[in-house]
Design a protein around this ligand. Sequence first.
Ligand code: ACO
Length: 332
Amino acid sequence: MTTSCLIRGLGHCLPETRLTNADLERMVDTNDEWITSRTGIKERRIAAKGETCVSLSHQAALNALKDAGMKPEELTHILVATFSADAIIPSAACMLEDRLGLTGRAAMDISAACSGFLYALETARAIVALHPEAKVLVTATDIVSSRIDYTDRGICVLFGDGAGAAIVTGDTPDAPRGCPRVLDVLLASDGSLGGLLTIKGGGSGTPYKPGGTVGRDFCVEMNGREVFKYAVRAMASICKEVLAKNGLTKEAVDVFIPHQANLRIIDAVGSRMEMPAEKVFTNVQKYGNTSAASVIIALSEARAEAFIKDGDLVLLGTFGGGFTWGSALVRF
Ligand code: ACO
């Protein structure tokens, strides 16, 4: 069954507070040259007190609704891709529903780490296939800083906070002409490699008891070199797969938006794909790795900056903890 699925609006929201490489030099034994040469990252945005997964999701959602010319009341489903919801219960999606002044919608969080946006987008496509009248808010938000040990120089330089949102609907008669169309989404995972990138502490496998101490496992722990290798191979391979499945070649792609983990991964994926550098959108220099939010922030920003033009074929690729990875094709 082929069900057309439209992106009616896009939006994103980043915290105002910047954490620059110079700031990090004062916090840990690092330097701008090391960070820039290994990652390409110059600064990241960090949530201030009171800025949370739900508050950033809310602003990104309002921006996407405005872009779509829609009111919150029109939404039928609310999805939040995140590993850093404000609480374990209630879900970020239920809190966001409340913040939007809504009740009675279907609302749920989706956990797929940095691949969260594409997992949520595919879920939205399934909802729209079952309910063609559905209007699905897909947000992808992570406050990665809430799970970073800022004494761990190998990790703290890599990540930032942010949120992105898309309004996904079916191709119903009331939909305006010319909306971006999601052509396909591919998803994959390999749990046997999950131990290479973890946040274990506070989960039911590593519970914290009242009065106990929060261990280092409360924060992101990662085998960076192994993650790098798998990220490059998996992202390039699933991006090639989605093109082949749709009878397209890399030449058909106008804009390539890979997961904004770091510039070396992006460059390595781009060269495996033989994708000309001028087609590859990057903003990792400004925001670091914002996990689930990375690809949707980049998509929203690339469209706002006219890097993506009407008619363009956009290829998205993602990779994250789990491991999870995916790709998508969107015709603007
Ligand atoms: N500043 C200065 N030196 C540092 C820093 C730092 N911030 N961090 C580590 N080092 C040192 C290490 O201690 C080590 O020193 P040693 O040789 O004296 O032991 C040296 O630099 C090399 O460390 P490596 O970890 O081997 O450095 P590498 O070249 O592999 O780069 C990096 C590390 C940037 C993390 C790289 O492995 C990488 O990009 N991995 C991908 C990780 C990633 O992006 N994960 C995101 C989550 S998943 C995803 O989103 C794709």
